[in-house]
Design a protein around this ligand. Structure first.
Ligand code: FMN
Length: 371
């Protein structure tokens, strides 16, 4: 009976979002819409009553989906990916929206205005977004003071990147910038993500180079923290590049990977929109298979040694399940929620429960990497 009510609730929310709210939101500039939705989220997160109401609309819980990973309890495997809550303003409301965890950031050593506007586009035919934010964020100092002493209801990942500025292009300066932000968060949040794959910043992605990555991770190793550390990588890396990164990671305190960040490849056949009217990296359905293939490669190469967070083009429970069977223990998303609405989180969790039961699994962990 409860399941049926949740199904009806989700269907009503889905129809309302797609036919009423989305047409209005999509009339406005994507960045302005994003900022407006963030303000709504901040408001809803400020009051116990609005949080409770939000939970009533969006929550879903099932013990088959709960996991303890690296000492962290995840109430469900669906998280919000980095980039939606760059300044960690939504940590109070996201548990009520049904997320099992959240990655805040990317956060950099210094405050950063990002690239010039416009810097966000909807690629409607491709079911994707083009992102050229260039790591806009308030910087590690402001964001730590916002989060210090907070009691989080879901695990929080702090995604650290290098400040987007000519001053951090030199390798040593870039490493110092990462280390500055990293040091600020050693005891805030539950896990780290080191983002070495921002497609839109000064100096490109230098830390995909094994030697530079080794230097960066050596400095990170010196910092005392109990938090697990993930590396977020580009979906455009070749097999050899991924293997190079895995070889380096063997020698450092790396617990897992986030696969993947945005793709830069304009020749991707899944791009159905005109490529001349946007800049930056592309999310959503355009990179779905790229990220799943990368999850599979890392899982198989390392025989499940690392925890993988799958990310890219998740619009349904089937999409999430594909990544889990390829080797992901957790998944995260942004684009699917923008195209299909926030009830999608609960739909994915509910759908996962049915898919696991259909395939004879008693718990999500049994399905990881079984492809
Ligand atoms: C608007 C936007 C901003 C993003 N900013 C960041 C960022 O600051 N740091 C990061 O690691 N990834 C960032 N990403 C990439 C996402 O975290 C994610 O890897 C990518 O969007 C694929 O997931 P999706 O298809 O579910 O959106 C951003 C994505 C979007 C759409």
């Amino acid at each position: 009976m409860k399941n049926l009510l949740i199904l009806i609730r989700n269907k009503l929310l889905c129809v309302s979002y797609i036919f009423l709210l989305r047409p209005v939101l999509f009339c406005f500039d994507p960045e302005k819409t994003h900022d407006f939705i963030t303000q709504v989220g901040v408001f809803l997160g400020h009051h116990a009553f609005t949080k409770w109401k939000t939970k009533l609309f969006f929550s879903f819980f099932h013990p088959m989906l709960e996991q303890n990973i690296l000492g962290i309890h995840f109430p469900n495997p669906v998280g919000l990916a980095a980039g939606f809550d760059k300044n960690a303003l939504l940590t109070d409301i996201l548990p009520s929206v049904g997320f099992g965890f959240e990655e805040v950031g990317s956060i950099t050593g210094e405050q950063c205005e990002g690239n010039s506007k416009p810097r966000l586009w909807r690629l409607r035919k491709s079911k994707a977004l083009a992102v050229h934010y260039g790591l806009k964020n308030d910087g590690c100092e402001k964001i730590t003071s916002r989060l210090k002493g907070k009691n989080f209801k879901i695990p929080i990942g702090t995604n650290i990147a290098k400040t987007n500025s000519p001053q951090t292009v030199e390798t040593g300066a870039g490493i110092n910038d990462y280390v500055k932000a990293f040091s600020k968060f050693t005891d805030i949040g539950d896990y780290f993500v080191i983002n070495i794959s921002c497609p839109n910043a000064f100096g490109g992605e230098p830390f995909t180079d094994p030697e530079k990555l080794n230097r960066l991770l050596k400095e990170i190793d010196k910092k005392e923290t109990k938090k697990p550390i993930f590396l977020k990588i580009s979906p455009d890396l070749s097999r050899e590049q991924v293997e190079g990164i895995l070889e380096v990671c063997k020698h450092h305190r790396i617990h897992g990977f986030v696969c993947s960040n945005l793709t830069k490849d304009r020749k991707n056949l899944k791009i159905k929109d005109n490529i001349n009217y946007f800049k930056g990296g592309i999310s959503g359905k355009v990179m779905d298979d790229l990220s799943t293939n990368q999850i599979r490669l890392i899982y198989q190469r390392t025989r499940g040694k690392y925890i993988i967070i799958g990310c890219g083009g998740i619009f349904s429970a089937e999409d999430a399940y594909k990544k889990i069977k390829a080797g992901a223990s957790l998944v995260e998303l942004i684009t699917g929620m923008i195209f299909k609405g926030p009830q999608m989180i609960s739909e994915i969790n509910r759908g996962l429960m049915f898919l696991l039961k259909r395939d004879g699994f008693h718990h999500l962990t049994e399905a990881v990497g079984t492809e």
